[in-house]
Design a protein around this ligand. Structure first.
Ligand code: ADP
Length: 702
């Protein structure tokens, strides 16, 4: 890792901003795209809908203008057809005179047949100068009682109005049908007014004609006189017969200046918004109009509007849905990145990203704190630049492993803090390849505290071992040295007894006996203490020990005691081979078997049983049971402490060191010892010893 030491560095990412990709920008851009799409759709849709609306209305206007041309033409042809019949009637009158025609059945038949053959024309009438009907195609002879002198056409024609005169609509006498009429003047021989010839035109004819064209029921039309007198219209109510439309009606206002036109108005009949087209003709003097409804004109447009709106809405919903899905993806990415960033920032472990030359590219807060370098300065440094020289070789070896195997460590070294002192650290790292980019991540653990704790523990252990050794040395030396003056006491008391025994009275001899006894007990105590302090001192190597052998050796040592007490010592089942020190284990069994015999019920044969069973994880549990006096549970712990006895010397001889020695021996072997007992129910001493590795798996070392 020395490769980057002191080199100038090209940093690809500022340390502080290491994990902040521009996700908010992505989100904004995304919504902007959705907004732009929706706006474009709405603008384009709005414009094309408006255009469609205009086109639909223009189309309707064109159609209405075409209809009115048709109606005007038809009205003119209809009036011409009626006028032709009038001409024929006038021709006959010119030959025969009005009275002559009225009296001629032959003329009547001809004219009635011609009228019947003309679908437009209802009937022909011939009136005299007084308005009396002389002739009518309805019947022959005419009913002379009927007089039309009060009709508009009669007066108008009599007054010399332009011909043919178009008369207002009326209910035909006899049939009751609504018709209107055209009339011509009958000149007398002297040229004076001699009567009127009239042809009636059935308004139903117009309606039938328009009905055949299959227009919408909303299409209205009409044929009026120039002054607004209604000749025919659809729809038409009875009151319309002979009526004039109001003088302020748009049609009457427009017509004088524009003979052909188109306008919009709200119908007074059905309140529809209407497109009205009209055409004015001078011969005959009529105006034809057709009105379509905006409702019909825009029906197709409305359908398209509904369909296009639904499509636009669906596409905006779809686009928004897709966007939400994409944004959810971005959100998930963001959360993962935030978690990663938090992990990076909050990790108590230092984290460093560096290039393959060891130059720092990014570092987290923990490493910044650990190294003491501010983020800006770290980007100028490398692993090698802040490592003491003595680690250079090891660094190079690990960096080589990173290049070859993609990972390195864990290993321990030091970094140089910015303030100059060394920080002990534990490193491990991996190589990461992302696209063309290859870099390394290193986890840095500050092990200052761990090392301090380890050192403190090591110091304590050494201290403890030293003081234990000193204590053991002291106990050994003390017990060894104490025996010397004791020996002197014993030998001089014996000398005293031998030389002056005869001169002493019975009390003196008793005192000498007590002194000798005390010296003997003290000697035993010192010997036991010496034995106790020797346990573990010899550092005998641990070896496989057949428990049956050490038990046999212990029984052999105790044979006198066993004989005296007539005790029975039996081994139950097979005894294992354990890992340990044969001499110490013999002493262990000696103590336990000796106690089992010593603490027997008076007058009862002591029965001692020795057994073993496999324990957990490569250990054996061994037991020494007896049928003796037993121990109250409250003393089960106490009896293993040195010098702790439950009985006086007058009851049972002893020093109180035996079980303490047993405990020390078992614990030296890594095991534990305890007793299971109740007063008067015998005792069972249990202890664990490690099995040999071949015997029961891996045994711990003693
Ligand atoms: P001691 O020299 O007194 O035998 P030990 O340490 O061997 O010292 O035993 C401590 C005490 O434990 C004894 O004084 C005795 O009261 C009790 N003890 C030990 N072994 C037995 C046993 N097998 N049955 C009953 N009591 C026992």
């Amino acid at each position: 890792m020395d490769s980057g030491r002191g080199a100038s560095i090209g940093v690809d990412l500022p340390v502080e901003n290491r994990s902040q990709p521009p996700r908010h920008g992505r989100k904004r851009f995304h919504w902007a795209m959705v907004g732009f799409y929706s706006l474009t759709l709405l603008l384009f849709g709005g414009f094309s809908t408006w255009d469609d609306y205009r086109t639909s209305l223009h189309g309707a206007e064109r159609n209405t203008a075409n209809y009115v041309r048709l109606l005007e033409e038809h009205a003119k042809r209809t009036l011409e057809a009626g006028d032709l019949l009038l001409q024929r009637l006038l021709d006959r009158v010119a030959v025969k005179g009005a009275q002559g025609v009225a009296a001629s059945r032959e003329d009547w038949e001809v004219l009635a047949a011609a009228t019947a053959a003309s679908p437009q024309t209802g009937a022909l009438f011939l009136l005299d100068a007084g308005g009396v009907v002389l002739f009518t195609t309805h019947g022959f002879p005419a009913d002379s009682g009927v007089n039309f002198a009060d009709r508009d056409f009669f007066r108008a024609v009599a007054d010399g109005a332009a011909e043919p005169f178009v008369a207002q609509s009326f209910h035909e006498p006899g049939t009751g049908k609504v018709s209107f009429a055209i009339a011509r003047r009958i000149p007398g021989p002297d040229g004076r007014f001699a009567g009127v010839a009239v042809a009636t035109i059935d308004s139903e004819y117009f309606k039938a004609f328009y009905g055949e064209l299959g227009f919408s029921e909303h299409v209205a039309f009409g044929v009026y006189k120039h002054d607004g007198t209604i000749l025919v219209r659809q729809p038409m109510v009875p009151q319309d017969v002979g009526r004039k439309i109001p003088a302020n009606a748009p049609l009457l206002k427009l017509m004088p200046t524009q003979p052909v036109g188109i306008y919009r108005a709200v119908s007074t009949y059905d309140a529809f918004n209407r497109i009205v087209a009209y055409r004015k003709s001078d011969t005959p003097a009529i105006v034809a109009w057709v009105a379509t409804t905006e409702e019909d004109a825009l029906a197709g447009w409305r359908q398209r509007l509904a369909r296009n709106s639904a499509l636009a809405l669906a596409s905006i919903v779809l686009m928004t849905g897709l966007s939400l899905m994409v944004l959810r993806g971005i959100h998930r990415e963001e959360k993962a990145a935030t978690a990663l960033s938090a992990l990076f920032d909050l990790s108590p472990l230092g984290m460093i990203r560096s290039d393959m030359e060891g130059r720092f590219l990014a570092a987290n807060r923990a490493f910044i704190d650990m190294s003491g370098y501010p983020a800006r300065e770290l980007t100028e440094l490398s692993h090698g630049a802040i490592t003491p020289n003595r680690f250079a070789a090891e660094d190079a070896r690990h960096w080589q492993s990173l290049l070859a195997q993609g990972r390195y460590g864990p290993y321990e070294k030091e970094f140089i803090h910015r303030d100059g002192w060394c920080v002990p650290v534990r490193l491990n790292g991996v190589r990461v390849t992302s696209g063309d980019d290859t870099y390394s991540w290193t986890i840095v653990e500050d092990i200052t505290e761990r090392l301090a704790a380890e050192n403190a523990l090591r110091d304590k252990t050494d201290q403890l071992a030293r003081s234990n050794a000193e204590l053991e040395q002291f106990a050994y030396v003390a017990s060894h040295d104490l025996r010397e003056p004791l020996r002197m006491v014993t030998s001089y008391v014996t000398l005293l007894e031998r030389r002056f025994g005869d001169q002493l009275g019975p009390d003196g001899r008793d005192f000498i006996g007590f002194a000798k006894d005390g010296a003997l007990r003290m000697n035993r105590l010192i010997l036991n203490l010496l034995e106790f302090s020797r346990i573990g001192r010899d550092h005998q190597p641990v070896s496989p020990v057949a428990v049956a052998e050490v038990v046999r050796a212990a029984i052999k040592d105790l044979c006198i005691t066993i004989d005296e007490a007539s005790a029975s010592v039996t081994i139950e089942g097979d005894l294992p081979t354990v890992s340990g020190n044969a001499e110490e284990l013999t002493r262990l069994f000696e103590n336990l078997i000796g106690n089992a015999i010593k603490y027997r019920h008076p007058g009862e044969q002591p029965l001692v049983k020795i057994g073993a069973m496999p324990g957990q994880d490569g250990w054996w549990q061994l037991t020494v049971s007896d049928n003796g006096i037993g121990i109250e549970p409250e003393y089960h712990q106490r009896i293993f402490q040195i010098f702790k006895r439950l009985h006086g010397r007058d009851q049972y001889e002893g020093t109180g060191i035996g079980l303490a020695m047993c405990k020390k021996i078992v614990e030296q072997h890594g095991g534990s010892i305890w007793v299971e007992s109740n007063l008067d129910h015998g005792s069972r001493f249990c202890f664990t010893l490690p099995a040999t590795s071949t015997d029961a798996g891996d045994a711990p070392h003693v």
